[in-house]
Design a protein around this ligand. Structure first.
Ligand SMILES: Cc1cc2nc3c(=O)[nH]c(=O)nc-3n(C[C@H](O)[C@H](O)[C@H](O)COP(=O)(O)O)c2cc1C
Length: 446
């Protein structure tokens, strides 16, 4: 989803960069428009670098050519239509007054009038400016017109005074935007245990046998689950990443430590997602001292415990279990075999043989397999993929009969099993489920 961030000319303008980052962490596409005042406090270049897009700094054409003036003359309308939400952070007393009275004398104020998307304002100002009846009356007017006001916090302000007027925290602003966009807290009340990273098995005190997993997919899942309202326990093998805020991080190194951590915490979880790359083998013997080069070396390896199989054996009623399979050949067939062999609810199959996606990359594509469905996700940033995976996992909580009902309806009306091309929906208990949004979904009967 696409969010336009408006930055107006307050001392908190520098914090808008953090707001942009917080929105991007939620897999939202962000662009920025700055008032003239904002540009006195922070350079457009900062936002251009963060978003990878031109920052809009004026209503008027800046180029020489006729084309430039044509583009600019409709740009505020185009951007108003592009945005799924407009959030102004920080919002000055001045911008609130202009919005309240319909003054359209720059890009941001003009776009505000032109957009039909949800509008949020995060005011930040001196406490007297905030408490002034004019500011409060403007806020009241805006609220009555549906503008969501993200109330400022209280504390020491840049002007030296104490009281309300501090810009709300970036994460709080991002959450308010998610709510306005209708991204629901569909994992609220759930505890999600996620494993991430690549385990390491020691060969001697300085060497280990590891793998290429960076932990990016698991950390993205943790952040996505957390932002959808879940309590997250992230059990991580070594990774260079910072854990997402508010997740409980349990650090492990070896496959055995991973096993012990997962089994000791899984009773708390309603959903277990095993995205870590866990060693299948470990050396039968770990040298006490650093191994010296003395000619050919033969190392015997023993299989490690199958954690996923143990998790399935110990699952509690209602607990969902999702595994990951990294495959270098016959990805779907091997993934489906693993799904059936292990008895998990779903498997996310990665073809890790491709350059630039999968292991240690920012992009990933995958197939989400259940016993009856196969859903292909094209290559996309791992954070976006995390949300697509969680969409499907949440869908698994729906009655199983629903899938069959949906697919039967879809197939009989069209003669195809590609539900993404169909308009098929089923209503259960007043809730309407629509088949196949966005991805290629095949319903498979086996
Ligand atoms: C140093 C300085 C700091 C300011 N900080 C704020 C502020 O935090 N909040 C605010 O509402 N106005 C603040 N102002 C006043 C606005 O910059 C001024 O009202 C300006 O016209 C706002 O323009 P804009 O809303 O179009 O960006 C500040 C002005 C200066 C010079």
């Amino acid at each position: 989803m696409k969010v336009m961030v408006g930055v107006s000319g307050g001392i908190a303008a520098y914090k808008a960069a953090e707001v942009v980052r917080a929105l991007q962490r939620q897999a939202l596409e962000v662009r920025v428009v700055m008032t003239e005042g904002a540009q006195k406090f922070i350079q457009p270049l900062t936002f251009a670098a963060l978003t990878g897009h031109k920052v809009i700094t004026s209503l008027w054409p800046t180029g020489e050519s006729e084309d430039a003036s044509m583009d600019a003359s409709i740009e505020h309308i185009a951007e108003a239509q592009w945005a799924d939400a407009l959030v102004v952070a920080p919002a000055t007393a001045g911008i609130l007054a202009k919005f309240a009275h319909g003054m359209a004398d720059d890009f941001l104020t003009t776009m505000y009038l032109a957009t039909t998307a949800p509008v949020l304002v995060a005011p930040a100002m001196n406490v007297n400016m905030w408490e002034h009846p004019a500011t409060q009356a403007n806020l009241e007017l805006l609220k009555q017109r549906g503008v969501r006001v993200i109330e400022p916090g209280s504390g020491h302000l840049a002007c030296g005074m104490v009281g309300p007027g501090r810009l709300a925290e970036p994460e709080f602003i991002a959450n308010a935007v998610l709510n306005a966009l209708g991204r629901s807290h569909d994992l609220a009340g759930e505890t999600v245990l996620i494993t991430a990273g690549g385990t390491r098995e020691a060969l001697d005190p300085v060497r280990f046998l590891g793998n290429r997993s960076s932990g990016k997919m698991g950390y993205a899942l943790a952040e996505a689950a957390q932002s959808r309202g879940a309590k997250v326990i992230l059990i991580s093998a070594p990774s260079a990443l910072y854990p997402p805020a508010h997740c409980e991080l349990v650090k492990v190194t070896t496959a055995e430590e991973m096993r012990n951590a997962v089994l000791s915490r899984m009773t708390e979880a309603t959903l277990v997602i095993k995205s870590a790359a866990v060693a299948d083998y470990k050396p039968s013997f770990v040298a006490d001292q650093k191994l010296k080069r003395t000619g050919p070396l033969t190392i015997e390896f023993l299989p490690t415990e199958d954690i996923l199989a143990e998790v399935v054996r110990q699952r509690k009623p209602g607990q969902l279990i999702v595994g990951f399979a990294a495959e270098t050949e016959n990805a779907q067939a091997n993934g489906r075999a693993k799904l059936l062999r292990k008895g998990v609810d779903a498997i996310v199959v990665n073809d890790v043989s491709r350059e630039g996606v999968g292991f240690d990359a920012d992009l990933n594509g995958a197939t989400f397999l259940t016993a009856t469905t196969a859903i292909d996700f094209p290559d996309m940033p791992k954070r976006a993929l995390a949300d697509r995976i969680l969409d499907e996992v949440v869908g698994l909580r729906r009655p199983q009969s629903l899938l069959v009902e949906m697919s039967s309806a879809a197939m009989s009306s069209s003669g195809t099993n590609d539900v993404s091309r169909l308009e098929s929906s089923v209503e259960i208990d007043g809730e309407v489920f629509v088949a196949g949004p966005g991805s290629r979904r095949q319903i498979i009967f086996e």
